[in-house]
Design a protein around this ligand. Structure first.
Ligand code: ADP
Ligand code: MG
Length: 224
């Protein structure tokens, strides 16, 4: 993973692509979507069949930081015909040279969180967790900790959230896997401590599925 970051820095990249960012997160045990980076429609069809419909398609490039704004995300793809149509659209959404197109599992779930890392000039790497989805900016329901911290501390972060009850059994959905969530928060802090080239991390969103499992469906790693 050090290589992945170093080579991006050498190329002068300002960020890792979503695919590379998730490889980094995954190497720290943070759950991410099952996904395959493809170069053409035939590979996309094979990947979608292997992952299983419904899938999500996204244009993937390090320079592509706000994908949905550019029309580079297609969710809820149900079958081959739908995939062919969405592939054309997503691959042509931007002039930026693509690393490829991402075919990823579609994660169901009504509960979304954001997890982030920032560097405070005084305190160093600082991990954030907050309510995700459309209300993120309105409610600003977030908790912060300076890394390193342990899972007990991470649990306290979750308890500080006003939306904490959402992490229990919620609208017929299972309680969120808080242990996994806490480990993810600790791991994000470790990435910050172990990779000084990482300026910022934005996992937006982590979706909690109806069975309570957590999965990062989007990730951005900004480099120094
Ligand atoms: P952006 O770069 O615009 O933030 P995202 O990858 O976050 O792009 O996709 C935009 C939105 O689409 C997400 O906030 C999420 O609601 C939804 N989405 C993206 N990927 C998935 C996925 N694999 N499963 C379910 N929903 C997804
Ligand atoms: Mg996002």
């Amino acid at each position: 993973m050090k290589k992945l970051i170093e080579s991006a820095v050498e190329k002068g990249a300002k960020a890792l692509s979503e695919y590379d960012a998730k490889q980094l997160l995954s190497s720290y045990g943070i759950p991410v979507t099952r996904e395959t980076l493809v170069q053409n429609i035939e590979e996309a069809l094979a990947a979608a069949r292997a992952i299983g419909y419904p899938v999500v398609l996204k244009a993937c490039a390090a320079e592509l930081m706000h994908k949905s704004e550019s029309g580079a995300v297609a969710v809820g793809i149900r079958d081959d015909a739908h995939l062919r149509e969405a592939y054309e659209r997503v691959a042509a959404a931007t002039d930026i040279a693509l690393q490829g197109v991402l075919v990823q599992e579609m994660v169901e779930g009504q509960r979304e969180l954001v997890v982030g890392l920032n560097r405070d000039p005084q305190f160093g790497p600082c991990v954030m967790v907050g309510l995700g989805g459309i209300l993120t900016e309105v409610l600003k329901d977030v908790a912060f900790r300076v890394a390193p911290f342990d899972t007990a501390e991470a649990l306290e972060m979750l308890d500080e959230l006003r939306c904490r009850d959402m992490l229990d059994a919620f609208r017929g959905q299972a309680p969120a896997d808080k242990a996994a969530l806490c480990e993810a928060l600790v791991a994000v802090g470790r990435i910050g401590l172990e990779h000084t080239a990482v300026a910022e991390i934005d996992i937006n969103p982590i979706i909690i599925d109806p069975r309570g499992r957590i999965k990062s469906v989007d990730a951005l790693v900004v480099l120094n």
